[in-house]
Design a protein around this ligand. Structure first.
Ligand SMILES: [Zn+2]
Length: 118
């Protein structure tokens, strides 16, 4: 499953950022409009993959990044309302270079670090 490989890579990435004695509170990711990913599936997989690890219990917030492209023919930047309709509004050519709206990025994590040594 596509979601599974994305979330497991994400969990690995997050694990590298969280200090040993800290508690992970939440993770925020940005998901491009071109990615056909279901927020609920991402969240439940995240819960599943972190279960029984120090990351367990953290929330996953999914933020959608709208698609933004630049026309390779005339340079016009536009935001196609529909990812299937990538024709340039200025010249009608469909040669979009994707500027934003693809891929999955880890945007922030929130941790609770205990103060003072115990
Ligand atoms: Zn154009």
């Amino acid at each position: 499953m596509h979601e599974m490989s994305i979330v497991s890579a994400l969990v690995e990435q997050v694990r590298a950022f969280v200090p040993v004695d800290a508690t992970l509170l939440s993770v925020r990711i940005e998901v491009g409009a071109l990615e056909h990913l279901d927020d609920d599936v991402l969240r439940s997989l995240f819960g599943l993959l972190t279960e029984g690890t120090p990351l367990a219990g953290a929330g996953l917030a999914v933020e959608r990044v709208p698609l933004r492209v630049r026309c390779a023919a005339c340079g016009t930047e536009h935001a196609p309302p529909d990812p299937a309709a990538l024709f340039c509004p200025s010249c009608g050519v469909a040669r979009p270079e994707i500027l934003a709206g693809s891929g999955v990025t880890l945007s922030s994590i929130e941790v609770d670090v205990p103060e003072g040594g115990e």
